[in-house]
Design a protein around this ligand. Sequence first.
Ligand code: NAD
Length: 485
Amino acid sequence: MDLKVHELKQNARQYINGRWETSGTTGISQNPSDTREAVAEYARADRSQAELAIRAAAEALPQWSHSGPQRRADALDQIGSELLARRDELGNLLAREEGKTLPEAIGEVARAGNIFKFFAGEALRIAGETMASVRPGIQVDVTREPIGVVGLIAPWNFPFAIPAWKIAPALAYGNTVVFKPAESVPICGWALAEIISRSTLPAGVFNLVMGSGREVGQAFVDSPLVDALSFTGSVATGERILQTASARRAKVQLEMGGKNPLVVLADADLDQAVECAVQGAYYSTGQRCTASSRLIVEASIHDAFVARLRNRLVALKVGHALDRDTQMGPVADRAQLEQNQSYLEIARNEGAEHVWGGELLERPTPGHYMSPALFLAKPEHRIAREEVFGPVACVLRADDYEHALALANDTEFGLCAGICTTSLKQATHFKRHAQAGMVMVNLPTAGVDYHVPFGGRKGSSHGPREQGRYAAEFYTTVKTGYTLA
Ligand code: NAD
């Protein structure tokens, strides 16, 4: 089967045990840039179909977990190559289904392709250790083995990259997979699964189940056959998953929200700092867990920074994701748009000072458009503490560097933190003292490499890091062997 996305008219189906399966009900995926356009119809699984997929993955495990690394590497490399070759076409699909701009979407598909290629290499580099025993004549070896069946639950904001950074290491290290894409982006998940289905993976090793979190996701969480769960999404869902899955002793990895600070010191290159803020807070319509939603600015440059940032926001082009001029696409769906709007009201009611934007916009096509919003806030305002997950940022005034650092760390989250400064001393101090899993100096907080660890601290993450070589910590378990020589 060699379906091209533009030929994909109807009924994207589940992929279970090497076969494409229909479901009792279907759903329609909608284009947020033009809500008159149905991207495609897709099958919606119920719990029993999710359980079938889990059983298929469990049955495929014994053979796949003992398969040679060359076989895994070849399959992953083939998937990566096709993603890279079809980045423009799949980027177009992604822009239509999720609403990020076409260049952002093409970049994301390319990133997904590179992730598969990276883990194709990692499959060949699964190393262990050999040590002398403390007891004479005994040899000790430490090896990594797959954990088993892994349930992968993804959010809607990176519908190719996040599934890729879960699926690729899971397969590279010899696990079998049940994968559930988010409900608003099933067709991207389907398109990825369609490519995987034509690789050389045996039936049952990879399974796609589209449907609701309550039925399909919960079936993954509850099933005793699912040995590990990797989830990216909201804090509320992540915490529920952790409770249920840890009670049955499944291994759990959670990547959740962020309220990421970007500190701008008085000595910063102001143009560069404003650019970091615009890109970090508003690109991808602010729908990134690494978005800089708290801009912490030293008092002496506060007003100049706000004025320049406001000018940039006034000029930012909001429009259809496929329009060449668009710099910020629509919000991904109506529920998220409503959440963003409700936070604007909360901000106003709590006394945050409105600087610019936030209003709903009309464009030639009906879509979920709003202008980028900026407020001046106090640290206690909800807009400065809770994740909005939209194009909404606030500026907090800091007396000096120490105050800025304290404000940056004054959050229950800890995914990413950034600083703009020309002082090596302050940058180095910030890198050491920011309570976050990732720290950026003179760069936007959003925008990371695919070959190094990704993840946070505090309320943002739970369990080992994703991506890079560190992915082995989650997707393998360690065995210690003793041999009498
Ligand atoms: P969400 O938590 O609503 O959904 C995430 C996934 O979980 C979806 O596939 C959903 O269907 C599924 N799900 C929902 N209920 C479930 C249940 N009971 N059992 C199992 N699965 C269930 O989040 P979302 O709206 O898709 O994404 C937005 C949120 O994700 C934001 O809060 C954002 O910060 C966060 N996010 C975090 C990261 C990160 O790496 N830290 C990356 C992207 C998004």
